[in-house]
Write a protein that binds this ligand. Structure first.
Ligand SMILES: Nc1nc2c(c(=O)[nH]1)N[C@@H](CN(C=O)c1ccc(C(=O)N[C@@H](CCC(=O)O)C(=O)O)cc1)CN2
Length: 287
């Protein structure tokens, strides 16, 4: 068996086409959505992701505002940037790019975001709404995973889903999202304290790997025909000086799985598209 590829790049392109039309409709009503980003430091990956977010905005007609701070920025510096975007009427939603440098209290920064402008769904109010099943911005990667599976017709109702990784941007909120009544999956959340990860993946209809451990998921850990989504990205330095990106899923898993969201080209582009969806939906809801 060779897995059907869950093509996040093509799906994200289709979503962007849909959003472009919605942004045009908003602008005809005098509403211009504006996404802000706060980036602290020199991490090349974070710089690339933020640049991508601004390109995406330009593609669909969302205005964008950028606040870049140096690697030695202090807590008050970052708080000032947050306060500015909270107060700026041109910014209808914004994100703080993660991770932040070690000297910054990340949770305090996320909690300072005006919940009405939380484009990433990572403010405690947004996460609380997710727990309660209320409407609100959803974290982009979990939302992108559900959207990708839905658009490819991979059923979640009653499915056994195993997630590896309990981080607050992917694993934990994904577990909450999938166990909502609308999705109705049964979720097992594996983490560094899980004794036998393979015992939980082998019975799963869907496996999502977000552990940041290269090639953690091997073919023997996957039920034939299961859907596998690779969320891990590790930058492995090469002799050439350039870094190679390696996912959490071993390439041979494609021979066993029924569907595979690869890295690159699977979940990552969906994360970007879902940020745009969150911004557009919030502008629509407010207008
Ligand atoms: N505030 C946030 N910080 C971070 C988030 C987030 O959702 N909100 N997620 C990640 C980074 N991220 C977006 O911010 C992101 C990661 C990866 C991709 C992507 O498209 N990846 C490519 C491959 C990697 C590459 O080309 O560099 C892919 O999978 O095809 C997009 C967005 C952590 N921080």
């Amino acid at each position: 068996m060779t897995a059907t590829i869950l093509d996040g790049k093509a799906t994200a392109a289709a979503i962007k086409d849909e959003l472009r039309a919605r942004v045009k409709a908003l602008s005809e009503r005098g509403v211009t959505p504006g996404l802000g980003t706060i980036l602290v430091g020199d991490d090349p990956g974070s710089h690339a992701y933020v640049a991508g977010k601004h390109r995406d905005c330009a593609e669909v007609g969302i205005t964008s505002l950028r606040r870049d701070l140096p690697a030695d920025a202090t807590q008050p510096d970052v708080e000032r940037a947050v306060d500015e975007l909270n107060a700026d009427p041109a910014c209808t939603g914004y994100i703080v790019q993660l991770p932040l440098p070690a000297q910054i209290d990340t949770q305090a920064i996320l909690e300072r975001i005006d919940p009405a402008k939380d484009a990433d769904g990572l403010h405690p109010v947004s996460l609380g709404r997710l727990v309660l099943g209320e409407a609100g911005a959803l974290p982009c990667t979990p939302r992108g995973i559900v959207e990708l599976l839905t658009r490819y017709g991979v059923g979640l109702r009653g499915a056994e889903v195993t997630i590896i990784g309990r981080g607050t941007t992917v694993g934990r909120p994904l577990g909450l999202l999938l166990t909502r009544r609308s999705e109705n999956a049964t979720v097992t959340l594996c983490h560094t304290g899980t004794r036998d990860v393979a015992a939980h993946t082998r019975g799963a209809d869907v496996v999502v790997v977000a552990a940041g451990r290269p090639h953690l998921l091997t073919p023997d850990m996957v039920k034939p025909g299961a859907a596998v989504l690779d969320v891990g990205i590790t930058r492995v330095p090469q002799e050439s000086g350039r870094a190679k990106l390696v996912g959490d899923v071993h390439p041979d898993v494609a021979e066993v799985a029924g569907h595979l969201a690869p890295m690159p080209g699977g979940v990552g582009p969906m994360t970007r598209a879902m940020l745009l969806s969150n911004v557009v939906e919030a502008a629509e809801a407010a207008s």
